[in-house]
Design a binder for this molecule. Structure first.
Ligand code: SF4
Length: 319
């Protein structure tokens, strides 16, 4: 029996499932365990895809992403069983609505995830400017994340910025200092911005989720990826910030922010560095999160990710 520790996110499960499939480990030999830090590098979804990726119907990936948000502890096993059968038994399995495995997968889609139905919306003053929004957000209890974080971390920067950068959520230092991108990831971001000639003072920098989500391990607080329901709950704040600023260029830092803004079909390795119009900005682009650079497996991968970050930001500087 193989125990696989994953973060409770679709991306972490996907990275582990790919590895297990490549190694030919059948579902009956796998025990899934949720943890704050995955066995796989938590670059899952951020780092270049491994070679020899398995091809499965796009429909499965969409269903799996939704099923991953359910609260059922068996969901990772159900997903891997389905994936295994799609690859080894029947590529058209999902069309068989009477198959017990397919029915089990579908039942996950109707379950509510933890926190589902929670929202910041009642706390967001309509038509407010950034200062008023920031003050209101400090009182937000729209999801459970406010309970454990030190403080709400709102966006910072020029309220007339042409360029807005959106990350995932505050980290340990950001939570303590009450400002976005002031920790180690912020240092990477500052270095990359300086390299392409972008002045952070003239930008607006924020996160898709405003409270730090973490797990305590001894004295350390380990970052946890926000759930889809938490991203959805916090989204009204981001929407209000973007409505107040109306940027010309919107830069999503990392896969989580990109999916929150561009949509679920976004894949960072495939889609980063390309401008597209969204309802938030005529030019929206996504690149790697600076913390992905720090989490690179070795110096070579860190350098590769940093170079891609800089190249994408250079496009922003030149736009
Ligand atoms: S994470 Fe967002 S929605 Fe949840 S409490 Fe904090 S500000 Fe409100």
């Amino acid at each position: 029996m193989r125990t696989v520790a994953i973060e409770p996110t679709f991306e972490s499960w996907q990275a582990a499932a790919r590895m297990l499939l490549r190694e030919g480990v059948p579902p009956a030999d796998v025990r899934w365990r949720e943890t704050a830090t995955a066995d796989q590098p938590s670059l899952a979804g951020e780092a270049p895809a491994p070679r020899g990726s398995v091809r499965v119907p796009r429909q499965f990936l969409e269903l799996a992403r939704r099923a991953a948000a359910s609260a059922d502890p068996a969901r990772w096993q159900v997903l891997y069983e389905t994936l295994w059968r799609l690859v080894h038994e029947n590529h058209d399995l999902l069309t068989d609505a009477r198959d017990p495995g397919v029915q089990r997968l579908n039942s996950l889609l109707t379950q509510k995830g933890p926190g589902e139905g929670e929202s910041a919306a009642p706390f967001v003053p309509a038509g407010a400017g950034l200062a008023e929004l920031r003050a209101a957000a400090a009182r937000c209890t729209g999801c459970d994340l406010y309970r454990h974080a030190t403080q709400m971390v709102f966006g910072r920067g020029d309220d007339k910025a042409r360029i807005v950068l959106v990350g995932e959520q505050p980290g340990d230092q950001e939570d303590r200092q009450g400002a976005p991108f002031v920790g180690p990831a912020g240092e990477v971001l500052d270095r990359a911005l300086a390299e392409v000639g972008l002045d952070r003072e003239r930008l607006y920098v924020t996160n898709a989720v405003k409270h730090f989500k973490f797990e305590e391990r001894g004295k350390r607080r380990i970052h946890q990826t926000p759930r889809a329901s938490e991203l959805a709950a916090c989204r009204p704040w981001l929407e209000a910030e973007l409505a107040a600023i109306r940027p010309e260029i919107l830069v999503c830092l990392g896969a989580t922010a990109a999916r929150a803004i561009i949509g679920d079909s976004f894949r960072i390795t495939r889609d980063h560095g390309r401008f597209a119009a969204t309802r938030w900005a005529p030019k929206t682009i996504a690149t790697f999160h600076p913390s992905a650079v720090l989490r690179g497996e070795d110096e070579a991968q860190q350098a590769q990710l940093y170079t891609m970050l800089v190249e994408d930001l250079r496009k922003v500087a030149q736009a």
